[in-house]
Ligand binder design. Structure first.
Ligand code: ADP
Ligand code: ZN
Length: 623
């Protein structure tokens, strides 16, 4: 197919004005009849790569997908664009299944989604042979590999499907890119001389930031409160944290629900659904949450606790901003949390696993503490060479942190901890250590004779907060260890070694906790309050239309489309069609309703006062 014809089809069926990186190439390879391996990050637009060929090129596209919950959402989204799609899985009853099978017999559908179990169900392949199968898409293809994070044995039955339909091109798609997983995918499906496409793992619209964690629950409430009606995910370490934070947010008037593995299945499903349908704003979750959601308008992901490794961090933050609009990824972090994680990892019994976990944690802690570009750090971690060492869209690029030389302070602190424990044979908490350093003759100091230590009073030049910051940094670096129960400090072997080696220390000055609040306040529109009002109005209209059809709001229009509607304010059908995300079916379905709402808004006093048609690229924060 020629370039313009593909562009027209993209606009006509999906409403998009252009392809995302590699989408066009993948579509063309598939239309050319080749097998394809496509590695694109979350939000890269993988679905479109097989959906567009399915609609421009007759016959049936079979989509193998592991997530039953997602199938319905994807089919809803396709039907929202007027594309004939359906799914077969264990969630539908026999009558409905029979109806769908009959419709497949007469060629009613362009796309059929199935779970991999379906392939080996009696009679399925025979029936499939009657359906003019033109193409097979294997979504989440890493599930075929034991090296991936989500191995599904049923994926190993896909070769039976391949063998039966040897000439039918197959596309395997995944966001998991390690070499081993890649090789497994090619070997086990198997792929036949595939065209390989590997996208960059950079997510330019995600803004990464780390804030010093202090009174974290308060920080979280401030952050969420500053984000208006936006959707967000908060990841915490434990089920209790998820519950507690959801409660805390609710007490502050925010619609929030918890999500973790210990909740009954129905409650989990309900909470997820509330979130997808924009009925609650925030999900407070453990890492159990996220695999099965495609919600494109997650505007922020907060890590309340430090993740165990960069893979997890990248995956979880990756759930923000699939629609390409600016979204925030924030980590609340301090050395105490680092020490807690370290302690936890030390308990792993298998020495090989422990080593691995320790290494991966150290890499994550380095990312949390780096004074340099966080994006460049992440990309290098995944083996990519970043385009620039300054992305301009992470906290360190936006406001480079001050470096402080901490060599003298670290020596004083490490020796003080050492002296305290060798004196009495017991350890004390950080506050006591700081009292000794600063020469405060408290009751405890006197009772334990710590006023007679050589380190008593050698740190009076610094404030208590400064010392606590150094404690936090030395914990993060593993120079100090903290007993998780009694919160007492001891000198780690590495700390002793550092004293002997006269090691130098330097730290990035932490971003004050209050900065998080400021960073949270994003103004979505350069146009200010009037634009916000119109966005809110369109959002409510979208929600009403979605509820009437029983689908999630994003099936009607994405946030990106709403934003463009606010910026362009189309009042005719032609103008409306010029907006990204408006395909011809949606133009028919919603054009009049939305343009009428926009006209009415413009005519109302507040709207009329300021409705200059701005160039949509101005104030558009798509990165
Ligand atoms: P992935 O599966 O790679 O995470 P999706 O297929 O879910 O990504 O796509 C993410 C979002 O991007 C969806 O909301 C989709 O509608 C949108 N999208 C995909 N391709 C384009 C495009 N060419 N232009 C604009 N939006 C797109
Ligand atoms: Zn940067």
């Amino acid at each position: 197919m020629t370039h313009p014809a593909l562009d027209d089809a993209l606009k006509h069926h999906f409403g998009f004005d252009g392809f995302r990186p590699l989408q066009r190439e993948i579509v063309q390879a598939l239309l050319g009849g080749r097998d394809v391996l496509a590695l694109l990050p979350t939000g890269g637009g993988k679905s479109l790569c097989f959906q567009l060929p399915a609609v421009v090129d007759g016959g049936l596209t079979l989509v193998v997908s592991p997530l039953i919950a997602l199938m319905k959402d994807q089919v809803d989204a396709l039907q929202g664009n007027g594309i004939a799609a359906t799914f077969l899985n264990s969630s539908i009853d026999a009558r409905v299944a029979t109806r769908r099978l009959d419709a497949l017999d007469v060629g009613r559908y362009r796309l059929l989604y199935v779970a991999p179990e379906r392939i080996v169900m009696p009679g399925f392949l025979e029936r499939l042979a009657r359906w003019n199968l033109r193409r097979i898409a294997v979504d989440e293809a890493h599930c075929v590999s034991e090296w991936g994070h989500d191995f599904r044995p049923e994926y190993r039955r896909i070769p039976e499907l391949r063998a039966r339909f040897a000439g039918v091109p197959l596309v395997a798609l995944t966001a998991t890119a390690t070499q081993r997983v890649r090789e497994d995918i090619e070997r086990y499906l198997p792929l036949n001389d595939p065209a390989r496409f590997v996208g960059s793992f950079n997510r330019p619209n995600l803004r990464y930031a780390v804030f010093e964690k202090r009174d974290a629950a308060r920080q979280l409430v401030d952050w969420v409160a500053a984000r208006g009606n936006q959707s967000g995910i908060v990841y915490g370490q434990s089920r209790q944290t998820a519950e507690r934070l959801a409660q805390r947010l609710r007490a502050a008037g925010v619609a929030a629900v918890p999500y973790h593995a210990a909740l009954p299945a129905e409650e989990r499903a309900r909470n997820q659904d509330l979130f997808i349908r924009d009925e609650v704003r925030v999900v407070c979750a453990t890492i159990a949450f996220g695999m099965g959601i495609d919600k494109p308008n997650v505007r922020y992901v907060v890590h309340y606790d430090v993740p165990k490794n960069i893979e997890g961090y990248y995956q979880e933050t990756g759930r923000a901003g699939r629609d390409g609009l600016r979204s925030d990824c924030v980590l609340f972090f301090n050395g105490g949390d680092a020490a807690k994680q370290r302690h936890f990892v030390r308990q792993i019994e298998d020495p090989h696993e422990r080593d691995l976990a320790q290494r991966r944690l150290r890499e994550m802690l380095d990312l949390a503490a780096t004074p340099h570009c966080r994006r460049a750090h992440i990309l290098r971690y995944f083996g990519e060479r970043p385009e620039s060492e300054r992305c301009g869209n992470c906290d360190n690029c936006i406001a480079p942190p001050e470096r402080i030389d901490a060599t003298v302070a670290a020596r004083k602190l490490l020796s003080c901890v050492y002296r305290i424990s060798s004196r009495g044979g017991f350890s004390t908490g950080a506050h006591h250590v700081v009292d000794v350093l600063r020469g405060h003759a408290t009751e405890k100091v006197l009772a334990w004779g710590h006023d007679r230590l050589s380190t008593f009073g050698i740190g009076s030049e610094r404030s208590k907060d400064e010392w606590l910051f150094f404690v936090s940094e030395l914990l993060r670096e593993g120079m100090l260890e903290e007993d998780p129960l009694h919160r007492t400090l001891r000198l780690a072997d590495d700390g002793l070694q550092a004293l002997r080696d006269n090691r130098e220390f330097a730290y990035a000055k932490p971003k004050a906790a209050g900065r998080a609040k400021k960073a949270a306040k994003v103004t979505a529109f350069a146009g200010g309050a009037a634009d916000d009002d119109l966005f809110e109005l369109l959002r409510r209209l979208r929600k009403r239309l979605a509820d009437e059809q029983g689908v999630p709001p994003y099936v009607v229009f994405s946030d990106a489309t709403l934003k463009e509607l606010v910026a362009k304010r189309p009042t005719t059908q032609t103008e409306f069609r010029g907006v990204g995300g408006v395909g011809d079916v949606k133009l028919d379905r919603y054009g009049e309703t939305f343009t009428a709402a926009i006209s009415a808004y413009a005519a109302s006093a507040s709207g009329a006062a300021q409705a200059p048609h701005r160039n949509p690229s101005e104030g558009d924060d798509r990165a």
